[in-house]
Design a binder for this molecule. Sequence first.
Ligand code: ADP
Length: 173
Amino acid sequence: MRPRLTILKTDITELDVDAIVNAANKRLAGGGGVDGAIHNKGGIEILRECQEIVTRQGFLETGKAVSTSAGNLPSKYVIHTVGPIYSNSPQDKEQLASCYIESLRIAQLLQVKTIAFPNISTGIYGYPKAEAASVAISTVRNFIDTKAENNCIEEIIFVCFDEENFKLYQQMI
Ligand code: ADP
């Protein structure tokens, strides 16, 4: 089945989906923005699992992803990925695309049907919103096209928290 792409303007921690994606930092230690919201509402269990991962494999590289349970959140899993800190280099785009691809790969391993992404790197990490939206949408579309068969994912939601991102995604999808 070909997953459908949806845009929502909401707080990602409210969503009753199989997996939400967190724009985490390398230390998986919680922080501000969406990361702070997820850890605050999800509770200590998420942080405990994050710490276990870091103890086992070290800090998470930019563009990589890992999963934990979702603690007190309505979703089943949190997929933590580290977006690039924008530096206006060609690497930014590759690393941002990698966040989406790695998260979708994990979602497939977890047999996730519905997954919600925040607008990774467009807050504290300073990625220009229009460029980030273009990378996010083209990467996800490309992933869908190449994995058209054998795909358990039914819906991919782009969660836009601010009006600017919401408008951009509405124009681009
Ligand atoms: P980064 O460090 O990757 O830039 P931020 O959390 O600062 O991460 O911002 C990423 C995006 O998440 C921003 O577009 C911000 O508006 C959005 N965001 C912040 N809080 C939430 C939330 N509770 N739900 C969904 N998106 C959020």
